[in-house]
Design a protein around this ligand. Sequence first.
Ligand SMILES: O=C1O[C@H]([C@@H](O)CO)C(O)=C1O
Length: 580
Amino acid sequence: MGLFLEWRNPCSRIISFGLFVMMILLTTSAVEARVRHYKWEVKYQFQSPDCFRKLVIAINGKTPGPTIIAQQGDTIIVELKNSLLTENVAIHWHGIRQIGTPWSDGTEGVTQCPITPGETFIYKFVVDRPGSYLYHAHYGMQREAGLYGSIRVAVPDAVVEPFTYDYDRTIILNDWYHKSTYEQATGLSSKPFVWVGEPQSLLIHGRGRFNCSSPTIGTSDTCNTTSPDCDPYVLTVVPGKTVRIRLSSLSSLSALNFEIEGHNLTVVEADGHFVEPFVVKNINVYSGETYSVLVTADQDPSRNYWAASNVISRRPTTPTGLAVLNYYPNHPSKTPPSAPPTGPLWNDSDYRLAQSLKIKAHPSHVVAPPVESDRVIILLNTQNEVDGFRRWSVNNVSFNLPHTPYLIALKKRFKHTVFDQMPPPDTYDYKNYDINIVQPNPNATVSNGIYRLNFNSTVDIVLQNANTMNPNNSETHPWHLHGHDFWVLGYGKGKYDPIEDPKKYNLVNPIMKNTVPVHSMGWTALRFVADNPGVWAFHCHIEAHFYMGMGIVLEEGVERVGKLPTSIMGCGETKSLIRP
Ligand SMILES: O=C1O[C@H]([C@@H](O)CO)C(O)=C1O
């Protein structure tokens, strides 16, 4: 409009024409999305990420796998060859909403059949928002065998981010077990329950350091501290420059804290959304979360510094994970002269809650949530037993995946034979349930029923934490929603009050995320709009907890989903669909 008014004034014609050309150019560059084609081979390999040799699942020989680097609007094509000899696979693109391509979400049992050994499967999807994201296995407990990596989506050429930096680096934090995924999963589904315990090491971008002279090392084990696989991760900085660290966690179990000796971290992005910047000494990162933090190399340049990852929220028995912040031109192997950071007190839940509350939307990037919701679902998180097996449940229902993926069952209208048609409950008996005690009756039921949401409705989910089956114990659970970003409306301590607590929600500048912690003995409230046709998992991102039933599945607008590719079929009742 302004442009046309100006056009009538002869003096501003030249400027206006210039603006017009610029607009055309900007629009053209914005729509000129590219196709990024990747060819990946997924294979078991011997590697020693923490110096202890074990089987890892690598992509093209690497764990973490290759970073997907793209720009907003690009199409990603990943041609994935499953070269695991006897094992299926599926990969989830964590934080990518899969608008229009729900079959590419990579969630085995929900959106696709697993990719069988020898098979090549093509994932194709658009990265519709800029930011830092992840990918990882979503089949059984394969993620913790090392099948993961990151996705970095740049803003369009003409768009400027609300902060500046000189260059960026990606760091994925992880915890690492020496026991195989199979041994762990078998323990979880055994009677009596066999718990794997705390991880042996913490990895910083795939590298850690186990003490090879530990008495737990068996005679047939190979542990070699000179293996190049376990050289520490080195982040080189140039004095005076600012690096953007795209920091995330894909830990199996541990909540982690990341700190760089003597350097502040300015938090600017969370799960692909710009944050109102705030400065911390160290940052808590829960499995499935991504952050960008800015670090300026403004300290004594004559030495290097430790970057450390420490376990929080569970009593730590795993040594600090270490990387090196290397000031150029010092040699990267120059050992920092001081002791590495030990992180905050592991049981300081107030510290963790306070940091969660600091994360707000950037003032110039606020997307206001709808002021009211159409449906409120309250999910009580508990540890339970089902027929004497240890499980996790929400609202006393422990989730099991069906053998036929929901997306196909719902689209092809054979849902009745595939999953329980009774939806799980929208709430629990909050008036009478004491969240602070070990329940006298720990029994739960098992179901593969799902929540069906009205298309375009606004849904609130309140996650309520409670005591586990051990006295005075409540764990932190990072919950991840597929297919959506949600607004984080609030966190609280103790039992959520459905009358009083919503009055305290942040409806002004809540951050949008896809993964959020539910703090021990606390609650977390989130809101989203059910506007992405498909079937979406929502689950605890602790690998063992989802395996033991801590998740739900949501359906919305499935009738609007386009034609399903036959490549996602082939298992359970979908066999009949691909046979001639
Ligand atoms: O699922 C879990 O089981 C153990 C413990 O509760 C067993 O007693 C633990 O720490 C979990 O997170």
